[in-house]
Ligand binder design. Structure first.
Ligand code: CP
Length: 298
């Protein structure tokens, strides 16, 4: 494997191999040595809590050195370009790059400039592949299978790289996706291959998974949508909506969450919520992806 830029086009076997590898690592709960003598460099041009720290913990657990690049305390602030930054970090013997950036091409460009495996940690609106793997593992652990599950992805779908990564992989894994939100948040035509609807309440009783998204104001999401109060009334997950779900249905969110907007605090903290299980699975999934990338690089 030469890094992980996208889940699009990956086979079911390829996806399941990564999930199996992550499941084994989660069960082991102990450091490995696959990364000994190797360097993983995280390059995050956008803020992150879960993704950056879980990649860095995963790299440490694999025994790798970690270099953590943050533009605000780097020579980027003196005018150094993205390309020169990548060339500089490559010259410091980076074996694998982990890249988050507002630019949709940033991971591909890093791969071209560095000639090293690159893991996409969320670029522009394009894709957030490891988040989808985390969510697939979390669901497989909960339900014992993925085939036949029905998931509603609710909220700011149009700006969401998580939604795009889900659309790239979950149908391959047998999960049926429905996109739910106000019209400005939904794809304009049907290039994404999923059913869309603006009526969340009509979907609740049929879904196994309600997957909530944050409104991405930093990507211009605020125009043309209801006020925060209006959004919460139509699309927010509250206790009344939880009571409309099947007894086995679960609630997920990639984080960070906005309590009181897309999800009520009591629901986020409630027994249907898998949010912290998603976070916990970040480390073994990213260990699996990094170890595959390091093997591919040898
Ligand atoms: N889910 C996710 O990508 O969270 P962070 O932005 O905190 O990394």
């Amino acid at each position: 494997m030469s890094g992980l830029l996208t889940l699009r086009g990956m086979s079911r076997d390829g996806l399941e191999d990564l999930l199996d590898r992550a499941q084994d690592l989660a069960a082991q709960q102990r450091p490995g040595e696959r990364g000994a003598g190797r360097t993983v460099t995280t390059v995050f041009f956008e803020p992150s809590t879960r993704t950056r720290l879980s990649f860095e913990k995963a790299a440490h657990l694999l025994g790798a050195h970690v270099m953590s690049f943050a533009p605000e305390r780097s020579s980027t602030s003196k005018g150094e370009s993205f390309k020169d930054t990548i060339l500089t970090l490559t010259a410091m013997d980076t074996d694998v790059f982990v890249v988050r950036h507002w630019l949709a091409d940033a991971a591909e460009l890093t791969a071209v400039w560095s000639g090293r495996p690159v893991v996409n940690a969320g670029v522009g609106r394009r894709e957030h592949p490891t988040q989808t793997l985390i969510d697939a593992l979390t669901l497989r652990q909960r339900f014992g299978h993925l085939d036949g599950l029905r998931m509603a992805i609710v909220g700011d779908v149009r700006n969401s790289r998580v939604a795009r990564a889900h659309l790239a992989a979950f149908p391959t894994l047998g999960v049926e996706l429905t996109l739910v939100g106000p019209t400005p948040f939904l794809p304009t035509s049907d290039p994404w291959g999923a059913r869309t609807t603006t009526d969340l309440d009509a979907e609740l009783g049929d879904m196994d998974v309600i997957y909530l998204l944050r409104i991405q104001r930093e990507r211009g999401a605020a125009t043309g949508i209801p006020s925060d109060g209006g959004y919460a009334r139509r699309f927010g997950m509250n206790q009344e909506r939880v009571s409309m779900l099947k007894p086995t249905s679960v609630i997920m969110h990639p984080g960070p969450i906005n309590r009181g907007l897309e999800i009520d605090g009591a629901v986020a903290d409630g027994d249907r919520s898998l949010i912290l299980e998603q976070v916990a699975n970040g480390v073994p999934v990213r260990m699996a992806v990094l170890s595959a990338a390091l093997e591919g690089e040898q």
